[in-house]
Write a protein that binds this ligand. Structure first.
Ligand SMILES: [Zn+2]
Length: 447
């Protein structure tokens, strides 16, 4: 791509990204002074300081749920929806570099948050800064909204939505180019059933990832190993427990992963054939990532198939608890699906409990916003890839007329949520360039 942005603004952006990555803004709810921990509070303050230095007016929610930075004037509000929290780094020893010290190597910027979502946020911010440097005036208010709770429960945007102004339109730089105009509904739920005196399990993994590990500890080690061998499932033994191995992918692509928790349940079902949790999992979920025995074929052209990720299996004397992450096509009827799920669960004496639900997103392809963003992207890149729909969830669905726009460029590796997360320098600069032109088209008068 030919850059109109100067190398000066590019390297400023890189330096700022380094500062933002240095804050390990992982959710921590044990701190009593902040909703999501002092690191997230610090990330919010640093981001707003950066914006203020660039000439934005800033506001921080006194309770610490969100902040925003605004430039320009006019009735209409162009929102750029970012988030400053990151997922945990997990095993530090597996990282090549310290995840919270951005390192540039081989044309890549390594660090937790470089791709999701600090890198894209800084790229968008400096795209706008470049316009300011070039003397553009904004005929709409351009507002960067910084959420702090995207990787967990979106309480930041819930609070923003209760108090603050909604977007006229906007985008979330938290996905891939060209743009996402449809996002599936996202349902996270529990099935809760009878406890067991025979065994205890405590596999409490994140909802939004296919679990790569599942643990068993108890007095049937040899029998569990024999069952796993018989099924051909991989496992290791560590610290007197069996660790069943799978392959983790994002829950939206559940059908591409290998679910270690389900594999453990299938092995345990052989030892405890009367246990209703294992029966339920074997009969209704098995390994496919669709749970077709419950829902049948659910799919639409805009958003693809319904997917199901079973990531939590907790069994103790009091209860058995199964955690599910379900991505619902935009045209499907959520209430009907919940009905089907509750009925299937009831056959095994399990009860449905909703944990969280996010509405789907759908902005028509012929809307002015989609047209403008797509035109900017195509002009700059020559890439004619059609807009996509996604099972992922971005803040775009928290406001009307918002889409996900970038920042992964075509062919870029998906590294978010993974060990050695990175964004390539080229991707970072390309995204800045695209965002600058997009905001110029959407919200500026000629310089
Ligand atoms: Zn993100």
């Amino acid at each position: 791509m030919e850059y109109t942005l100067t190398s000066k603004v590019q390297s400023q952006a890189k330096a700022v990204l380094k500062d933002w990555i240095a804050v390990p803004s992982v959710c921590d709810e044990t701190d009593d002074k902040t909703p999501f921990g002092r690191h997230i509070q610090e990330a919010l303050e640093i981001a707003l300081d950066t914006c203020e230095e660039l000439g934005f007016k800033t506001f921080i929610d006194p309770q610490g749920y969100y902040g925003y930075a605004e430039i320009g004037q006019g009735e209409e509000l162009l929102a750029i929806l970012c988030h400053l929290d990151v997922v945990p780094a997990e095993d530090l020893v597996e990282w090549t570099h310290n995840p919270f010290e951005m390192v540039e190597s081989d044309g890549k910027l390594y660090g937790r948050g470089t791709q999701d979502d600090k890198g894209p946020s800084v790229a968008a911010l400096y795209g706008v800064k470049a316009l300011m440097d070039q003397g553009y005036e904004f005929n709409k208010r351009v507002r960067f909204i910084f959420g702090t709770d995207e990787e967990t429960l979106w309480r930041c945007m819930a609070r923003y939505g209760e108090i603050e102004e909604q977007a006229t339109y906007g985008f979330a730089p938290d996905s891939a180019f060209p743009l996402t105009y449809a996002e599936k509904g996202l349902l996270q739920a529990y099935l809760v059933g009878p406890g067991s005196n025979d065994l205890t399990l405590n596999n409490d993994r994140a909802f939004n990832a296919v679990p790569a590990k599942a643990m068993y500890q108890g007095d049937k080690m040899d029998a569990v190993k024999a069952a796993l061998d018989q099924l051909g499932f991989e496992y290791t033994e560590e610290a007197r427990q069996i660790v069943v191995l799978g392959k983790s992918v994002h829950a939206k692509d559940a059908y591409e992963g290998t679910n270690a928790v389900i594999r453990l349940a299938l092995a345990l079902e052989k030892l405890f054939p009367e246990n209703p949790a294992f029966k339920l999992i074997k009969d209704k979920f098995y390994e496919t990532g669709y749970a077709k025995p419950i829902f049948g074929e659910v799919e639409d052209e805009m958003s693809g198939p319904l997917t199901v990720n079973l990531s939590k299996l907790i069994i103790n004397e009091d209860e058995s608890r199964i955690g599910l992450d379900i991505r619902i096509p935009v045209t499907a009827d959520k209430d009907l699906l919940v009905d089907q799920l509750a009925k299937a669960a009831a056959e095994y004496d399990f009860e449905y409990q909703e944990f969280d639900y996010l509405n789907s997103l759908y902005v028509p392809l012929d809307s002015p916003l989609v047209n403008t963003l797509l035109e900017v992207y195509r002009d700059l890149t020559g890439d004619m890839t059609e807009p996509i729909s996604s099972g992922g969830a971005t803040f775009a669905r928290t406001m009307p007329n918002c889409v996900a726009f970038g920042a992964q460029t075509k062919g870029a590796a998906v590294t978010e949520h993974q060990i050695d997360e990175y964004i390539s320098v080229e991707n970072f600069y390309d995204a800045m360039e695209i965002y600058a032109h997009a905001v110029k088209e959407l919200a500026s008068d000629p310089a």
